[in-house]
Design a protein around this ligand. Structure first.
Ligand SMILES: Cc1ncc(COP(=O)(O)O)c(C=O)c1O
Length: 411
C-alpha cells in the first residue's frame, strides 16, 4: 500500500491502527461484497459484449443496461426509462446536463443567463462558468443562508425572461442542507416557463424520496459511488422534451447523449447498490439518522469550541455530520485521526491538493480559519453504533492533543 511519506513515517512510529472506521464517504466508498458479486460475472461469464451488438453477450449486456435504467427510473419517478442516460461519473452527468444543454443552438435562443447556487459541487460550477465563457452568457450564483439554504424569496430576483438554465442541487454534499427544491422550481418556472431546471441529486439519491415529476425538474444527476456502488458510473435524467447536444464526440451506443461503450459490469454493480439502498428505505434512513445525531451531539457536547456546519437537525440529510474544531487545522486532525483508524476529510485549505478552503463553507459565512478546522463525516447503513462510540472516544483526545501542541495559525 502506498501512502504519503508523512503519513507513512507516522504510521511506522505508531503502528497500524487496531481498529478502522471509514467516514470519508463523501470522497469515495468501499463496495460491499454483494455489489462486487453482482459485478464480477459481467467481466467474463455473461454480458461482457458490447450492448449495441446483436449477439448473446451483447444482448445480455443490453439487458443489464436496461434493467438498471428501469430501476433508476422507478426510484426517481421518471415516466420513461429512455429518459435515463448513463455516464462514467456524476461529474460527467453534470457536465452533460450543462454543456449539453448550452451547446445546443436552439436552447441558447431561450435566453442569455445561467443561474447556479453558490454551494454547488464544482462539477456544476466549472462547466457553467465554461459554458458561459464559451458562448458569451451571463452566469449568476445565488447566495445561501448560514445553513446552506437558497431562500425562495431571494431566488425570485435571479430568474427572469433571460434565464435559460438553472442548476441547484437537492442536497449539499458538504453541509447536508436539503433544499426546498419544489419551491425553487416553482419560483423559476413561474418567472419564466421556458427555463430548464437541472438538479444535482448525487447526495440526495437514496437519502430522501425523489420524484422528478412532482419536483418538476427537467434534468437530474446521480452517482453510483455515493450509494456504495462502484466508482465510474453516473446517470442523468433528461425529460423527453429537453434536447441536448452531446458535448463529447465519438461513437454513440445505447446512450444517445454520451459516447463510448457503456461500462456494463459497473452498471450491474450500480443496480445492486440501488436495490440494497431502496430495500427498507425508511428504516435505513432513520437508522443512519440516529447514528448521525449521536455522533454530532456527542462531538458538540463533549468538545469545547466546536461549530456545526449546516442545519442543526431539520433540513439536514440523514448521513451528514460537518463540524469545525476551532484552533485546529483540519488536515492535521485528519492525519491524527487516521493514526487511530478514523478516516475523515477536511474542508481545509491546506488539505493536500486543494488550495482554497471549501467554497461551500465560505458561502455559509464561515471565516477562513473556521473552514480550515472543518471535518466531514458521512455515515451509511454499514456503520454500527460501536463505530460512532469509537469515534466519540477518539476524537476528543485527538483534538485536545493537537490544541495542546499547536501555536495555531491558519495556513
Ligand atoms: C453533489 C455532488 N455532485 C457530483 C459529484 C461528482 O460525482 P462523481 O464523483 O461520480 O464524479 C459529487 C461527488 O462527490 C457530489 O458530491
Amino acid at each position: 500500500m502506498r501512502v504519503s511519506s508523512k503519513v507513512k513515517e507516522l504510521l511506522k512510529e505508531h503502528g497500524w491502527p487496531a481498529r478502522e472506521v471509514y467516514f470519508d464517504l463523501e470522497n469515495s466508498n468501499w463496495v460491499p461484497r454483494e455489489v462486487v458479486e453482482a459485478i464480477l460475472p459481467f467481466f467474463n461469464e455473461r454480458g461482457y459484449g458490447h450492448p449495441s451488438v446483436t449477439h448473446k453477450p451483447g444482448w445480455e449486456a443490453l439487458e443489464e443496461v436496461y434493467l438498471t435504467k428501469e430501476l433508476v427510473a422507478k426510484t426517481i419517478g421518471a415516466a420513461d426509462l429512455d429518459e435515463i442516460s448513463f455516464t462514467h461519473s456524476g461529474t460527467e452527468a453534470n457536465n452533460l446536463a450543462i454543456l449539453g444543454f448550452i451547446a445546443k443552438k436552439d436552447n441558447r435562443r431561450r435566453g442569455g443567463k445561467i443561474v447556479v447556487s453558490a454551494v454547488e459541487h464544482l462539477s456544476v460550477i466549472f462547466p457553467a462558468e465554461y459554458a458561459s465563457q464559451l458562448f458569451g452568457l451571463k452566469m449568476q450564483r445565488v447566495p445561501v443562508d448560514e445553513y446552506g439554504f437558497v431562500d425562495p424569496e431571494l431566488f425570485k430576483y435571479y430568474v427572469d425572461r433571460d434565464t435559460l438554465l438553472v442548476s441547484i442541487q437537492l442536497v449539499n454534499h458538504e453541509v447536508g442542507s436539503i433544499q426546498k427544491l419544489k419551491e425553487l422550481v416553482d419560483v423559476a418556472k413561474s418567472a419564466n416557463p421556458n427555463v430548464v431546471f437541472h438538479t444535482d441529486a448525487a447526495d440526495a439519491y437514496s437519502w430522501i424520496p425523489i420524484d422528478v415529476e412532482r419536483l418538476h425538474v427537467d434534468m437530474m444527476t446521480i452517482s453510483s459511488h455515493k450509494i456504495h456502488g462502484p466508482r465510474g458510473v453516473g446517470a442523468l435524467y433528461v425529460r423527453n422534451e429537453v434536447l441536448l447536444e452531446p458535448p463529447l464526440k465519438g461513437q454513440l451506443s445505447v446512450e444517445k447523449l454520451w459516447p463510448g461503450v457503456e461500462n456494463v459490469p459497473l452498471i450491474a454493480g450500480f443496480r445492486k447498490a440501488i436495490e440494497i439502498s431502496f430495500k427498507g428505505f425508511e428504516h435505513r434512513v432513520s437508522y443512519v439518522k440516529a447514528l448521525r445525531d449521536k455522533l454530532m451531539n456527542g462531538i458538540v457536547s463533549g468538545i469545547p469550541e466546536v461549530l456545526v456546519n449546516g442545519p442543526l437537525n431539520k433540513g439536514r440529510v440523514a448521513n451528514n455530520v460537518n463540524v469545525s474544531f476551532l484552533r485546529i487545522e483540519g488536515e492535521a486532525l485528519t492525519v491524527e485521526l487516521s493514526l487511530h483508524g478514523i478516516y475523515v476529510s477536511s474542508g481545509s485549505a491546506c488539505s493536500s491538493r486543494i488550495l482554497e478552503p471549501s467554497h461551500v463553507l465560505l458561502a455559509i459565512g464561515r471565516k477562513r480559519e473556521e473552514a480550515h478546522g472543518s471535518i466531514l463525516f458521512k455515515l451509511s447503513q454499514y456503520h454500527r453504533e460501536s463505530d460512532v462510540d469509537y469515534a466519540l472516544e477518539t476524537i476528543p483526545k485527538a483534538v485536545e492533543r493537537l490544541r495542546a501542541i499547536s501555536s495555531w495559525k491558519s495556513c
